[in-house]
Design a protein around this ligand. Structure first.
Ligand code: ATP
Ligand code: MG
Length: 626
C-alpha cells in the first residue's frame, strides 16, 4: 500500500493560478506597472553600488528575502513569512533570497542553519534562480557583509552622521527620554569626525572593554520616534562568531545591519512583521544616507555606497495560533527544560515538529496562503490549521483499521461453524473514492481485537455497540446486541470475562452465519452498530503516540503569565495496540486514516518496519470546539 502523490493546489514551482489578493500583491502589481524597479542593475551577487553598477539589468523583477536568525528552529509563524516571500517572488517571476541574519555572535549555531535550510526545502521552496545568469543560488549570510557594514559606519562617521558614545548603558537609557519626554544629547555627541573615527577604530582594534562605548548614528534626540534618537550601530563584544571566528570584537546592531543586508542584495521589498513599523523611518534614513553622494568635511566628494532605488520595508501582521507559543525563545525553553522531547517533538509548532506530527508541506503552504497577509496581527484557531491538513489528507491517505485500546473478542461458535483453524478472507478499498489505490486484505478468525470502549456491560442509552444480554429487576430480558465487524460478519454479544478485580478481559460473542459483507443476503440481519477490528491471527502489533494540545489555555503566554504554568500534563499518551496486516513493513512518514480514529503517520524517528510507531496527527472531525 503506498501513499498517493499529493493533490497540491499550492505547487511552489508554478505561479498560483488564482492567488489570494493581499495588500502586498496589489502594491507590487502597481509598482511593476509604474516601472519602479525597472532601472535596477544587478551585479550577479550581493555587493555595493559600484558592484551593481558594473552589472546588467536585474533579471528578477522583484527580489524578496526570508531572513531568519539562526538561533532556533523555524515555526509555523516563519512558515507564514516563508510562503509569503517565496510565493510573491514566484508569482511575479522574481527571486527570494534565503538569508541568514547571523550578525549576533552569541546565540547562533550551525545546527540551526542546517535545520532552517532543510525546512525551507521541505516546504518546497527554492532560492535557486534560473535566469540568463545561469543557476544562481541565493543563499546568503549577513556576516559576509561585516566588511561593508564597517566601511559604511566609517563613512557615516566621516560625514558627521555617527559618533562614539561613552555614556554608560544606564546614562544612555536615561538620556533617551520616552514617549512623552524628548531625549537629551549625549556629552559625546559633539566630537569631531576625526576624533570619532580614531575612537571607532580603537573600538574595532580591541582597545576598549566590552560594553564601554557604542557607535551611534546622529539623527535627532528630540524625534517623536524613539528609534530615531541616535540609535546604536555598533557595540563591543568579544565573542566567537560561527562564520567570522575571532576576527571582530565589534558587531553591528540589528537595526543597522538589516537595511544594509537588504540593500547589498538588491532587495526590492523587505517584508517584516508589524513590530518593526516604527523602525521604518530609520530604515529609510539609513539607506538614504548610504545611497546619496556626499561631500565630506574635508571637501572630498564621495558617491553613494549602496545601489538605488533603495529597498522598501513593508510590514504585515504576525500570525499567532491559539494553544501554541511561537517565539523561538519560549520554544527553546520548552526544549531545554525537558517539557517536550526536542525541537522536533510532534507537539511543537516548529516545522520539524509538524513534519514529524504528519503535517504535509502542501497543507502548511495552503494554511499560509489561506491566512493571507494583513495589516494587523492575527490570532488563528489551531483547528483551522488542523482543518487544512484534514482537507489535504482526506483525498490521499489510505484507510486502514487499527485498534488502539485493545480488548479480545472471542467468537465462541467459530470452530463449530467453520472448523478449527479457519480464517475467512476479507477485503476493503484502500480509499473509498480512489479505486487506483487498490484493495486491502485481512482475515477474520475466532479471536478478534476490538476497542475497549466498543463494549459496555451496562450500555448507556443510545449505545449500539457490543453489550451482553441482561435481565432487569422486573424479569424483562434484553438480548445481547448484534453488531457488524466492519467488512466482516455480524456477531451477537453473549457475555464477557473478567479478572479478579472485575475488569473486563474479553468479550464473548457468536458469529451469525451468512452475514459476511459483500455476499448475497449479508444485510438480512439488521444491525445498528458497526465496529472496527483487527483479526488476532494476522494483527500487527503497533505503538501509538496520541497527542493533545500542548497548553490548556488558548493564549498560553497572554499578559505576563508564564506559559510553563499552563502546560497540558496529558499532551502525550503512548499506547499499544494493533493494525491490520496490510500495514506490516511500512516506511517512515506514511500517512493513514484509521477508520473512526483519525489521521496517523508513521513516526520518522521512532518507527521501525518491524515495530511500527504511529503518531496521531488529528481526529477525523474538529474536536477542539467546546
Ligand atoms: P521569534 O520571535 O520566534 O524569535 P523572530 O521574528 O525573531 O521570531 P527571525 O528568525 O528573526 O525570528 O524571523 C525571520 C522572519 O520570520 C522575520 O521576517 C519575521 O518577521 C518572520 N516571522 C517570525 N515569526 C512570525 C510570525 N509569527 N508570523 C509571521 N512572520 C513571522
Ligand atoms: Mg528576531
Amino acid at each position: 500500500m503506498s501513499n498517493a502523490p499529493p493533490n497540491d493546489a499550492t505547487d511552489p514551482s508554478k505561479p498560483a493560478a488564482k492567488p489570494a489578493g493581499n495588500f502586498l500583491r496589489s502594491l507590487i502589481e502597481r509598482e511593476l506597472q509604474d516601472g519602479v524597479y525597472a532601472q535596477r542593475l544587478w551585479g550577479g551577487s550581493p555587493g555595493d553600488a559600484a558592484h551593481h553598477a558594473a552589472g546588467a539589468a536585474d533579471p528578477a523583477p522583484v527580489r524578496l528575502r526570508f531572513p531568519p536568525e539562526p538561533n532556533g528552529y523555524l515555526h509555523i509563524g516563519h512558515a507564514k513569512s516563508i510562503c509569503l516571500n517565496f510565493g510573491l517572488a514566484r508569482d511575479f517571476g522574481g527571486v527570494c533570497h534565503l538569508r541568514f541574519d547571523d550578525t549576533n555572535p552569541e546565540k547562533e549555531e550551525q545546527e540551526y542553519v542546517d535545520a532552517i535550510v532543510e525546512m525551507v526545502q521541505w516546504l518546497g521552496w527554492t532560492w535557486q534562480a534560473h535566469y540568463n545568469e545561469g543557476h544562481t543560488s541565493h543563499l546568503y549570510y549577513a556576516s559576509n557583509y561585516f566588511d561593508f557594514m564597517y566601511r559604511a559606519a566609517e563613512h557615516l562617521v566621516e560625514r558627521g552622521l555617527a559618533y562614539v558614545d561613552e555614556q554608560t548603558p544606564e546614562q544612555m537609557r536615561a538620556t533617551r527620554g520616552d514617549f512623552s519626554t524628548p531625549g537629551t544629547d549625549s556629552p559625546w555627541r559633539g566630537r569631531t569626525p576625526a576624533a570619532n573615527l580614531a575612537r571607532f577604530r580603537e573600538m574595532r582594534d580591541g582597545a576598549h572593554a566590552d560594553g564601554s562605548m557604542v557607535l551611534r548614528a546622529k539623527v535627532d534626540m528630540a524625534s517623536p520616534n524613539i528609534n530615531l534618537r541616535d540609535p546604536a550601530l555598533y557595540r563591543i563584544k568579544r565573542a566567537h562568531h560561527h562564520n567570522t571566528g575571532d576576527r571582530w570584537c565589534i558587531y553591528p546592531m540589528y537595526a543597522y545591519a538589516h537595511p544594509i543586508e537588504d540593500a547589498l542584495e538588491n532587495i526590492t521589498h523587505s517584508i517584516c512583521t508589524l513590530e518593526f513599523e516604527d523602525q521604518r523611518p530609520w530604515y529609510d534614513w539609513l539607506l538614504a544616507r548610504l545611497g546619496e553622494s556626499a561631500t565630506l568635511p574635508d571637501g572630498r566628494m564621495v558617491g553613494g555606497l549602496v545601489n538605488q532605488p533603495a529597498p522598501k520595508q513593508h510590514e504585515f501582521g504576525r500570525l499567532n495560533l491559539s494553544y501554541l507559543v511561537t517565539s523561538k525563545r519560549k520554544l527553546k525553553a520548552l526544549v531545554d527544560e525537558g517539557h517536550v522531547d526536542g525541537w522536533d517533538d510532534p507537539r511543537m509548532p516548529t516545522l520539524a515538529g509538524m513534519r514529524r506530527r504528519g503535517y504535509t508541506p502542501a497543507a502548511v503552504r495552503k494554511f499560509a496562503e489561506d491566512t493571507g497577509a494583513s495589516k494587523t496581527n492575527v490570532w488563528i484557531d489551531y483547528s483551522v490549521l488542523e482543518g487544512t491538513l484534514r482537507a489535504d489528507l482526506e483525498g490521499q491517505a489510505p484507510r486502514a483499521m487499527a485498534v488502539i485500546d485493545p480488548l479480545p473478542l472471542k467468537l465462541t461458535n467459530w470452530d463449530a461453524l467453520f472448523g478449527a483453524g479457519h480464517t475467512e478472507p476479507c477485503s476493503a478499498p484502500a480509499h473509498p473514492q480512489r479505486p487506483d489505490l487498490g484493495q486491502r486484505s485481512f482475515g477474520l478468525g475466532p479471536l478478534v481485537w476490538v476497542e475497549r470502549d466498543d463494549f459496555a456491560e451496562l450500555p448507556a442509552k443510545g449505545f449500539f455497540r457490543l453489550y451482553p444480554p441482561r435481565t432487569d429487576a422486573a424479569g424483562a430480558t434484553t438480548p445481547g446486541n448484534k453488531v457488524r465487524l466492519k467488512y466482516g460478519m455480524v456477531v451477537e454479544c453473549s457475555g464477557c470475562e473478567k479478572d479478579a478485580d472485575g475488569r473486563v478481559t474479553a468479550v464473548l460473542a457468536s458469529v451469525l452465519p451468512d452475514t459476511k459483507s459483500g455476499t448475497p443476503g449479508a444485510d438480512a440481519v439488521k444491525v445498528k452498530g458497526t465496529i472496527t477490528w483487527v483479526g488476532a491471527q494476522d494483527a500487527v502489533a503497533a505503538t501509538f503516540h496520541l497527542y493533545d494540545r500542548l497548553f490548556t489555555e488558548a493564549q498560553p503566554d497572554a499578559g505576563d503569565r508564564d506559559f510553563r504554568s499552563v502546560l497540558n500534563p496529558h499532551s502525550k499518551t503512548v499506547v499499544r495496540g494493533f493494525v491490520e496486516p496490510a500495514l506490516a513493513g511500512l516506511k517512515a512518514d506514511q500517512h493513514f486514516q484509521f477508520e473512526r480514529h483519525g489521521y496517523f503517520v508513521t513516526d520518522r524517528v521512532d518507527h521501525r518496519a518491524e515495530a511500527p510507531v504511529f503518531n496521531r496527527i488529528t481526529g477525523l472531525k474538529d474536536s477542539w470546539a467546546k
